[in-house]
Design a binder for this molecule. Structure first.
Ligand code: PEP
Length: 247
């Protein structure tokens, strides 16, 4: 199974921050880990020119290839730049930009069609967790967000409990384990045995201290990292932690 560490810079980063990508590239030049950094659109071109052994991904894309969509960026344009990965359906896009599962499904479809490695995010709110409906919510998000897609060769699923994003809170390791096992089983039941190769990432307040125990969980194949991906000093220990887990 691939091991993946993806960094989501969100709306952070200026030209000077490209240095962090350079440092990660230099430090992990021979790493076997699939390291992905998703800076804002403004840095994609420069980042992909300087990154070596680090993939550069987009945080979003439009579900159409081209046309009268002011301010939007298409999968075609990303591929043209040499971008290899995308993040689709992050909870901030779902909640702050009104992205429904239907929109997410259209984005996933075009992203996969354009052969981008596509990280689809799913996760429950604090209230849904308290109501014990996490598994139900995740299953519905998977079903609806992947609707009309049949080829999952380039799909990556990120489980990101919304209450854990940027809060410093993480679920108990046993909870992460139970949920990742559930996602794996449902993916295989829904989409067949090939789904056993879909990497499953955990996301939400991952840092250098909690990463080792998270990466030891069965069916956790990596992490999607927000805040701690912005600097070499915080991101590098997370990559080292997964390098140190057994194959
Ligand atoms: C995220 O936004 O996907 C995320 C996991 O953020 P953080 O690591 O800062 O919680």
């Amino acid at each position: 199974m691939r091991k993946i560490i993806a960094g989501n810079w969100k709306m952070n980063g200026k030209l000077e921050n490209l240095l962090e990508i350079k440092k990660i590239s230099n430090e992990f030049a021979r790493s076997k880990i699939e390291i992905i950094i998703c800076p804002p659109f403004t840095l994609l071109s420069a980042a992909s020119e300087l990154a070596k052994n680090v993939y550069i991904g987009a945080q979003n894309l439009h579900p159409e290839n081209e046309g009268a969509f002011t301010g939007e960026i298409s999968a075609n344009m990303l591929v043209d730049l040499g971008i290899t990965h995308s993040i689709i359906g992050h909870s901030e896009r779902r909640n702050k930009h009104n992205e429904t599962n239907e929109i997410v499904a259209r984005k996933v479809k075009i992203s996969l069609e354009k052969k981008l490695q596509t990280i689809i995010c799913i996760g429950e709110t604090e209230l849904q967790r308290k109501e014990n409906s996490t598994l139900e919510i995740l299953e519905q998000q998977l079903l609806d967000s992947l609707a009309n897609n049949t080829n999952f060769e380039k799909l990556i699923v990120a489980y990101e409990p919304i209450w854990a994003i940027g809060t410093g809170l993480i679920p108990e390791v046993s909870e992460i384990s139970k949920i990742h096992d559930f996602i794996r089983v449902r993916l295989v039941e829904l989409y067949g045995s090939n789904a056993s190769n879909i990497p499953l990432l955990y996301g939400g307040s991952v840092n250098g201290s909690n990463a080792p125990e998270i990466f030891n969980v069965n069916n956790v194949n990596g992490a999607l990292v927000g805040g701690a991906s912005l600097s070499f000093e915080k991101f590098a220990p997370i990559i080292r932690a997964i390098e140190n887990t057994s194959p």
